[in-house]
Design a protein around this ligand. Structure first.
Ligand code: F6P
Length: 322
């Protein structure tokens, strides 16, 4: 698009490993095409506060393997207010930014939608460990978070098995069970509890008890966050089964760490693709990967109409193999 000269990039919402790799690809691809590239610090809050820096090729050196986001990120609910959005667009006009790439989850996509509606070409990239975005098979950071969670659960298994204990482990995912079910298959756990599949406490407890009664030395339950109080669950299991039971919340550990090679490649592909889309004149689109190929979809449809496809077959496999 002839009129684009300056492109901004921001990361928003919860950080995810691979965001830096995406920024690097966006900046270097943009520079190669002769665009001026700008980094917006701390997401939409930085846009509103005019916390914006020009980025060169070397501004993004040594970032590919680093977790987090060097631009910083924030949750900025104020961006829902039309006045705040208009003030932010005024900042873009002042700097001369013609287009924006937003890396984040569905809340960040909502912000991107507003900006594109105000006349600025905007592209969204799915950056979240939750894998809960429609229009893509994988989000940037999911694979790394899965690796982190799996290595933690493997460690729990060691100590559970030594002590003949039960472990209840809470993983992230917001309201999406993809991380939990992937952990369940990768770690061979006894039970996985996710929001997409109704579960019954009594039945879950009975199946854990049956396993222990049949001679298992330990049991591991993986629970997606926002499902139940895992500390309370541990108490109840201990009282029912008579084996010491511990609860572990993996928490924000899952959001950090060096991105996996898969996430680095995915983020780099998506970042470069975002610039290609802007060059082709697209706006209000979000990037995804489907069956290994990069795709783009209408951002409004992604937020409102499409539903993220829960990994149901992975859940079923976890049930079969336990
Ligand atoms: O969306 C990413 C995520 O890590 C969710 O898995 C989790 O529910 C939430 O963010 C935690 O948010 P915060 O960092 O604000 O505690």
């Amino acid at each position: 698009m002839a009129f684009i000269k300056k492109i901004g990039v921001l990361t928003s919402g919860g950080d995810s490993p691979g965001m830096n790799a995406a920024i690097r690809a966006i900046v270097r691809t943009g520079l190669d095409y002769g665009f001026q590239m700008y980094g917006i610090r701390d997401g939409y809050m930085g846009l509103h506060n005019n916390d914006i820096i020009q980025l060169g090729r070397h501004s993004v050196s040594d970032l590919l393997n680093r977790g987090g986001t060097f631009l910083g990120t924030a949750r900025f609910p104020e961006f829902k207010q039309p006045k705040v959005r208009e003030e932010s667009v005024a900042v873009m006009k002042k700097i001369g930014l013609d287009a924006l790439v937003v890396i984040g989850g569905d809340g960040s996509y909502m912000g991107a939608k507003f900006i594109s509606e105000l006349g600025f070409p905007t592209i969204g990239l799915p950056g979240t460990i939750d894998n809960d975005i429609a229009g893509t098979d994988a989000t940037i950071g999911f694979d790394t978070a899965l690796n982190t969670a799996v290595s933690c659960i493997d460690k729990l298994r060691d100590t559970c098995s030594s002590h003949k204990r039960i472990s209840v482990c809470e993983v992230m995912g917001h309201h999406c069970g993809d991380l939990a079910v992937s952990c369940a298959v990768a770690c061979g756990v006894e039970a996985v509890l996710v929001p997409e599949v109704p579960w019954n406490k009594k039945e879950v407890y009975a199946s854990i008890k049956a396993g222990i009664d049949a001679g298992k030395r330990h049991a591991i339950l993986v629970v997606c966050e926002n499902q139940t109080d895992v500390y309370q669950m541990a108490k109840e299991l201990e009282a029912l089964i008579g084996l010491e039971t511990r609860a572990t919340v993996l928490g924000h550990i899952q959001r950090g760490g060096t991105p996996s090679p898969y996430d680095r490649v995915l983020a780099s592909r998506m970042g470069a693709y975002a610039i290609e889309l802007l060059r082709q004149g697209h706006s209000g689109r979000c990037v995804g990967v489907q069956n290994g190929e990069l795709v783009n979809e209408d951002i409004v449809e992604c937020i409102t109409k499409h539903k993220h496809q829960f990994m149901r077959s992975t859940y079923d496999l976890a049930q079969k193999l336990r």
